[in-house]
Design a binder for this molecule. Structure first.
Ligand code: FPP
Length: 247
């Protein structure tokens, strides 16, 4: 019998996969552990899935890691996650080994200098890598990103660099933090939650959504392959009719 991986059509891979990694806390609670243990397992799993995606040939992987709203979690939890991220970002072997180019999007004004340092170091060290581009959405929220874009567009209009009449869909996309990558073709959310939670709201206008009941630390390579197979069975119409797509 064919494995899930063998069922994937490599000619029709999604170019960009985004993941809302949810369920670390519940994963830990189910095992009678502290929430921090769930975040540790979640961070380790982010590396596993990044390797799986890179090896498969995905060009862009975006991991929704920490939202602006997550800053209002208990101080102890926030501190733990930031420490974990800072340590994880120093583990560059996985990026080097898999030729992954690393990037981060988010409101950096809220981040600690230590994490900024680890982040920038990792971005610079992987800048010439030519494989998958992995982006962490960290201290990120779509509404913040869109507000920033609107502000910048207004400034450019005020300075005469941009005409109001030239503001269109592409202009807005170009002013978002994600301007260097295509919109996600597939957006996966784990842990039995069915919402976007301020993740890539503009960019996911025509993303295929895939929900998985498993908690993030349990979401493995096979689950990733299953999501890709499901995606490949969808008909992407972008507002057109089936008949138009078949032509
Ligand atoms: C989601 O689970 C997890 C977060 C919002 C925290 C941060 C994510 C990680 C530590 C994993 C990614 C790490 C790297 C290195 C990319 P939750 O706490 O919301 O779970 P719950 O809904 O079950 O409480």
């Amino acid at each position: 019998m064919a494995t899930f991986k063998e069922l994937i059509n490599l000619e029709k891979l999604p170019s960009h996969v985004a993941i809302i990694m949810d369920g670390n806390g519940r994963w830990a609670k189910k095992r009678g552990l502290e929430r921090s243990k769930g975040h540790e397992a979640g961070a380790a799993n982010a590396h596993v899935i990044a390797e799986v995606a890179a090896e498969l040939g995905i060009k862009y992987l975006t991991l929704y890691t920490f939202s602006i709203e997550n800053w209002s979690r208990p101080d102890k939890e926030v501190k733990f996650i930031m420490k974990l991220l800072s340590e994880q970002l120093l583990e560059e072997d996985i990026f080097v080994k898999n030729n992954i180019k690393f990037n981060v999007i988010g409101d950096f004004s809220l981040l600690d200098p230590d994490i900024m340092k680890s982040m920038n170091h990792c971005i610079q060290r992987t800048a010439t890598n030519t494989g998958m581009c992995m982006t962490l959405a960290l201290s990120y929220s779509s509404q913040w990103e869109i507000t920033e874009a609107v502000r910048n567009i207004a400034e450019e209009c005020k300075e005469g660099k941009l005409k109001v009449a030239d503001i269109d869909k592409d202009c807005i996309s170009q002013h978002l933090k994600t301007s260097y990558m295509p919109d996600p073709d597939l957006l996966i959310r784990t842990a039995n939650e069915y919402r976007l939670s301020n993740c890539l709201l503009w960019q996911s206008a025509y993303s295929e959504l895939y929900f998985c009941e498993k908690y993030w630390p349990d979401f493995d390579g096979e689950d990733f392959y299953k999501a890709i197979i499901d995606y490949q069975g969808r008909e992407r119409r972008f507002g057109k009719t089936s008949e138009q797509i078949e032509i």
